[in-house]
Design a protein around this ligand. Structure first.
Ligand SMILES: Nc1ncnc2c1ncn2[C@@H]1O[C@H](COP(=O)(O)OP(=O)(O)OP(=O)(O)O)[C@@H](O)[C@H]1O
Length: 334
């Protein structure tokens, strides 16, 4: 696997938080002046940056490669309320990575005049290690299967054929309204599930003679996953108890597995015939085909550098900074 590209997006601070925050950003590092802790990333997007800049830096290439037949996955990772959903889904005033990707995907397809395409989309959430179809809300607790023809797939998941960005975004909005959200101390509308928004792109060369369909070009199939991960947070901070606490433990376990899988892949475990624990979480099992091999992967780490978040942001505790800083990432996450 190509080394995973990690960029960091720092959420804008209120004027009070900006005054009290001990953290500074310089170039591609985050640090506290006069302290040894320093974290390096491929790229840091500061407070003033817009989602478009983040999209163009890496995701756009992944979308373009997906149209050419290469699998791709983009994750938004970070503690609750750090801006993952803002980055992935966005708002009317600032569209997120998903709507931008959808628009570009159809633009790229339009330019491929010698090929014909069939595009499908699915939208699922993983909540407490159960897979729910966000396009068909009554399809719940779906199972993962594997077959020679289809590879790894979620049985019963709706794959809707789509022909325009508007149609995709309408379906996405429908799916969003069925997503599991809950209230935590840190975010009134906290996403409690991982969501995988998926575009499946099939194409083949246009037949010279459409009546006899004598093209011998193989069908290319690729998958583009845009993943909004549930918040990585500590129970005490979010005031989690009961249902929220159970959700939190599932979320943290699957994020840990994701970290281990990425670490193993970047160590070359798969190409050397070693074990990669994809099966330890539903998230990694579903994403397996789009993580290994020659797939393109990028992670956008959303962070907040407010003083109030300091315990989450110190090296010993902050999974976002600790797990994704460059020194760690040369060996993968975890
Ligand atoms: N870059 C940004 N610029 C302006 N507002 C932002 C930015 N990032 C996040 N916000 C705002 O902060 C709040 C929390 O963001 P968001 O819901 O995206 O967090 P999240 O990481 O998805 O949280 P959770 O894991 O709890 O779902 C929202 O009101 C959002 O609009």
């Amino acid at each position: 696997m190509e080394r995973i590209h990690v960029s960091v997006r720092s959420k804008p601070l209120s004027p009070e938080d900006a005054k009290s925050s001990p953290w500074r950003i310089s170039g591609n590092s985050i640090f506290i002046p006069n302290q040894p802790a320093k974290f390096e990333f491929d790229r840091i997007f500061g407070n003033e940056c817009h989602t478009l800049e983040i999209y163009e830096a890496r995701t756009k290439n992944i979308v373009s490669a997906a149209v050419q037949g290469f699998n791709g996955t983009v994750f938004a990772y970070g503690q609750t309320s750090s801006g993952k959903t803002h980055t992935m889904r966005g708002s009317i005033t600032e569209p997120g990575v998903i709507p931008m990707s959808v628009q570009d995907l159809f633009n790229f397809i339009e330019k491929e005049v010698d090929r014909e395409f069939l595009v499908r989309m699915s939208y699922m959430e993983i909540y407490n290690e159960e897979i729910n179809d966000l396009l068909v809300p009554e399809h719940r607790k779906l199972q993962i299967h594997e077959s020679i023809e289809r590879g790894i797939f979620v049985a019963g998941l709706r794959e809707e054929i789509v022909a325009s960005p508007d149609q995709v975004l309408e379906l996405m909005d429908f799916g969003e309204s069925h997503r599991h959200i809950g209230e935590t101390n840190m975010n009134l509308y906290s996403s409690r599930s991982h969501t995988i928004f998926r575009m499946i792109i099939e194409s083949r060369e246009k037949a010279e003679d459409t009546k006899t369909d004598n093209s011998c070009d193989a069908v290319r199939v690729s998958v583009l996953n845009l993943v909004d991960l549930a918040g990585s947070e500590r129970a005490a901070k979010t005031g989690a108890e009961g249902v929220r606490l159970k959700e939190g433990s599932h979320i943290n376990k699957s994020l840990m597995t994701l970290g281990t899988v990425i670490k193993k892949l970047s160590e070359g475990a798969e190409s050397q015939g070693g074990h990669v624990p994809y099966r330890d979480s539903k998230l990694t099992r579903i994403l397996q085909p789009a993580l290994g091999g020659n797939a393109n992967t990028a992670m956008i780490c959303n962070i907040t550098l407010a003083q109030v978040s300091r315990p989450e942001t110190t090296p010993s505790r902050n999974t976002v900074l600790r797990d994704t800083s460059d020194s760690k990432l040369t060996h993968g996450l975890a």
